[in-house]
Design a protein around this ligand. Structure first.
Ligand code: 13P
Length: 252
């Protein structure tokens, strides 16, 4: 698949994965090596407990390992939190921020997401910021307004050209098997591009925008071919080697 930007296929393992799943990482690394992906970056974001094992395992490979969250604080008395410096310390390259599950279950506001993003970027971690509307917001025609507001409040003010990625994840599409139609995905991605260019100028044009929500081996090819879609953030289908590999098979 030839696109104007290098694709990023990212697996978000959420609260899944044990040390024994290292086998999948080894298989994935072998597959990536054999296929020699030129136009696709590949990322797995496992839970913190196995991130160090995975990052050690994949050190000399083209597989990137990332995290699913980080603190907006530098260090200190914040029980249970993990700082960007700690993620960097185990050689992680990216962090997902503002996932709807964090916004919903941990009351993360866009303002907090922005502080986390600034903190992560300071520590040279690349950041994937998630945005997306709920079903009721979609039904009442508020999708673009909601996303515009999330972007306005979540995006850090200063970026370099390639350290920020945005993921469009409609909340109602996550884990549901439902996906927006191609036209709707196109419209939202085009809108996000417009907002990024308004905020960052030429740099904004180079920011990748991923689609996430029920991406699987059946629909990935079609979704990835939509204009302004530069990759996918994959949940459930990233947990099984065969399913994730089938998605990567659409890329090169
Ligand atoms: P599913 O692919 O399981 O729908 O999850 C998407 C997601 O939330 C990725 O961050």
């Amino acid at each position: 698949m030839k696109k104007n930007k290098k694709l990023l296929i990212a697996g978000n393992w959420k609260m899944n994965g044990l040390r024994k799943n290292s086998l999948m990482i080894s298989n994935l690394m072998k597959y990536i090596k054999n296929k020699k992906f030129k136009n696709t970056d590949i990322l797995i974001c496992p839970p913190f407990t196995i991130a160090n094992i995975f990052s050690t395992l994949s050190k000399k490979s083209n597989l990137m390992i990332g995290a699913q969250n980080c603190s907006d604080k530098v260090s200190g008395a914040f029980t249970g939190d993990i700082s960007p410096e700690m993620l960097k310390d185990i050689d992680l390259e990216m962090v997902i921020l503002g996932h709807s599950e964090r916004r919903e279950y941990h009351n993360e506001t866009s303002e907090i997401v922005k502080l986390k993003a600034i903190n992560a970027l300071k520590n040279k971690l690349n950041v994937i910021i998630c945005v997306g509307e709920s079903l009721s917001q979609k039904k009442s025609g508020k999708t673009l307004r909601v996303i515009g507001d999330q972007l306005k409040k979540s995006l850090p003010d200063k970026i370099s050209s390639n350290n920020l990625i945005v993921a469009y994840e409609p909340i109602w599409a996550i884990g549901s098997g439902l996906i927006p139609n191609n036209e709707d995905i196109y419209k939202v991605h085009e809108f996000i591009t417009k907002k990024l260019v308004e905020k960052y100028g030429a740099k904004g044009k180079r920011i990748k925008i991923l689609y996430g929500g029920s991406v699987n081996k059946k629909n990935a090819g079609e979704i990835l071919s939509i204009d302004y879609v530069n990759g996918a953030l994959v949940g459930g289908a990233s947990l099984k080697y065969k399913d994730f590999k089938s998605i990567l098979d659409f890329c090169n």
